[in-house]
Design a protein around this ligand. Structure first.
Ligand SMILES: *[C@@H]1O[C@H](CO)[C@@H](O)[C@H](O)[C@H]1NC(C)=O
Ligand SMILES: *[C@@H]1O[C@H](CO)[C@@H](O)[C@H](O)[C@H]1NC(C)=O
Ligand SMILES: *[C@@H]1O[C@H](CO)[C@@H](O)[C@H](O)[C@H]1NC(C)=O
Ligand SMILES: *[C@@H]1O[C@H](CO)[C@@H](O)[C@H](O)[C@H]1NC(C)=O
Ligand SMILES: *[C@@H]1O[C@H](CO)[C@@H](O)[C@H](O)[C@H]1NC(C)=O
Length: 443
């Protein structure tokens, strides 16, 4: 019908109609063109503008090994002064280079072979012998205005990298941190990166700033606290609002900030440590005879795959080690403790070792084989003599120290056990009954 009308009009007026249509289309095209042109500035992002204006600069990252075991937990202050210390040797041969930012990375240098697949693993060019946390600087080189070509950029990049490799191969700097301490830290050149190595590490392991900094504590009234392992300060965050009237029994935390909490009625909940909002799980209680248990997320030390380990309580001996699959929420028994008969809270070290704090008079710290529950070593904590069953206790590692939280429902004493000296010291007493402590494998 429409086509017929069109043909009629066309036959009546010859070429006049196609010409008119053509004119209309051209006009529309011009209007569209004007609209598109007027929009272009909107689509040029600030990043593009910067890139054009700053094309005579190059930026890259230098990674150093350090001897600072827990650098990741420090908040550096006076970073300008630190940048100057790091630039000092470089400036002699390359005045156009400067350090824009610097920080510790939440990972130590990998001592493992290059076959390791995890893309977040950083292996140093040479064996530096420094086993603390990695440290990275963001370096910038100002190029002359005539250096436009990628060949010129590449040449300067290689020259700058060699300058760093040669001049900062081994340096000692003084680092100030927000706890008002100054530490002398040894750094050794490790490698370069075009992207920020911090993002590489944190995205692969899903650590958050919270789980890379704090230990979390929970008291019997469901109050959640941050515990700073450097200063021993305890900060109240919030009360978790799980829909049970039972008391919390134990807690463990995933690298991404999801905490798992078991209550004395055998129910299991999760909450996000940033907001303490509680969610029920579909976990079915009393699997494999485990009613209550201590728990801890641990890795095997070679990758970031964490597993939730459980240690059974006194209600159903013999005492044993198990895992809970956090996807299927099913418990599997790993093995029985042959030489200890007590309930335990679990924790682990960054190199993949699993430890239990076993209740008793005295308490015992034991290393447990993760694969079969075998007790590998036992250390009596003679200082810690509290009556069983009336006590709250919790257990956490931090670098080569263990924090032991022991008390009754009105107080908790906090002890440190130094793994290298095997000495236990009491630090402080707080007026809450701490029943759970959790440290992620990020810290
Ligand atoms: C560090 O020193 C400043 C100034 O002297 C002070 O205000 C601050 O409270 C100190 N911080 C700590 C953690 O001691
Ligand atoms: C906890 O509080 C949050 C926010 O108010 C709410 O969404 C959630 O349902 C509460 N959970 C329980 C178990 O009450
Ligand atoms: C952490 O990972 C678990 C999966 O293991 C996921 O269910 C949870 O929502 C994540 N938590 C956060 C805070 O992203
Ligand atoms: C743990 O047990 C497994 C299996 O028996 C064994 O291969 C491994 O060497 C043990 N680990 C330690 C640290 O003893
Ligand atoms: C543990 O002992 C070693 C060796 O004496 C010491 O260097 C380290 O600082 C101690 N750790 C703590 C937290 O006291």
């Amino acid at each position: 019908m429409l086509m017929q009308q069109y043909n009629q009009i066309l036959s009546r007026s010859g070429w006049a109609v196609p010409l008119a249509i053509c004119c209309i289309l051209s006009t529309l095209l011009i209007i569209a063109g004007i609209i598109i042109l007027s929009l272009i500035p909107v689509y040029v992002t600030p990043k593009d503008i910067n890139h054009n204006a700053l094309s005579n600069k190059i930026s890259f990252y230098t990674i150093y090994a350090s001897d600072m075991i827990d650098g990741r937990s420090l908040t550096l202050s006076d970073t300008n002064d630190l940048s100057l210390q790091m630039e000092k040797n470089i400036a002699r041969s390359n005045k156009m280079m400067s350090i824009k930012s610097l920080r510790f990375l939440p990972q130590a240098v990998s001592t493992r072979s290059k076959r390791q697949t995890s893309d977040s693993t950083i292996i140093c060019e040479q064996n530096t012998g420094l086993t603390g946390d990695l440290f990275a600087t963001n370096d910038e080189v100002q190029l002359s205005s005539t250096c436009h070509s990628s060949t010129c950029h590449q040449g300067h990049l290689e020259k700058s990298e060699n300058t760093i490799r040669n001049n900062n191969n081994r340096i000692t700097v003084n680092m100030k941190s927000t706890d008002n301490k100054t530490r002398s830290v040894n750094l050794a050149f490790c490698g370069f990166s075009t992207t920020d190595p911090y993002d590489r590490i944190t995205s692969a392991s899903k650590c958050t700033s919270e789980t890379s900094t704090y230990v979390y504590l929970l008291d019997q009234d469901s109050n959640l606290f941050q515990f700073h392992p450097e200063t021993f300060t305890v900060t109240f965050i919030a009360m978790i609002n799980c829909s049970t009237t039972a008391y919390p029994y134990s807690m463990a935390i995933q690298r991404n900030g999801t905490a798992w909490v078991l209550f004395t009625d055998g129910s299991l909940y999760t909450f996000d440590v940033t907001n303490a909002q509680c969610q029920a799980t579909t976990y079915v209680a009393e699997q494999e005879g485990l009613i209550l248990f201590g728990m801890h997320f641990a890795t095997d030390g070679s990758n970031n795959n964490e597993k939730l380990y459980l240690s059974s309580d006194s209600s159903n001996p013999p005492f044993r080690l198990a895992t809970l699959d956090i996807d299927t929420l099913e418990i599997s028994i790993i093995g029985y403790y042959e030489t200890i008969s007590a309930r335990a809270e679990l924790t682990g070290t960054n190199d993949g070792k699993l430890f239990g704090l076993f209740e008793g008079a005295p308490y015992i710290i034991a290393e447990i084989n993760r694969t079969n529950g075998e007790i590998l070593s036992k250390t009596s904590q003679d200082m810690i003599q509290y009556t069983s069953d009336s006590s709250n206790f919790a257990f956490t590692t931090y670098s080569s120290n263990f924090f032991l939280f022991v008390g009754d429902n009105s107080f908790t004493d906090i002890f440190i056990y130094n793994l290298s000296t095997k000495i236990t010291t009491k630090t402080t007493r707080i007026s809450n009954g701490i029943v759970g402590s959790a440290v992620s494998t990020c810290l």
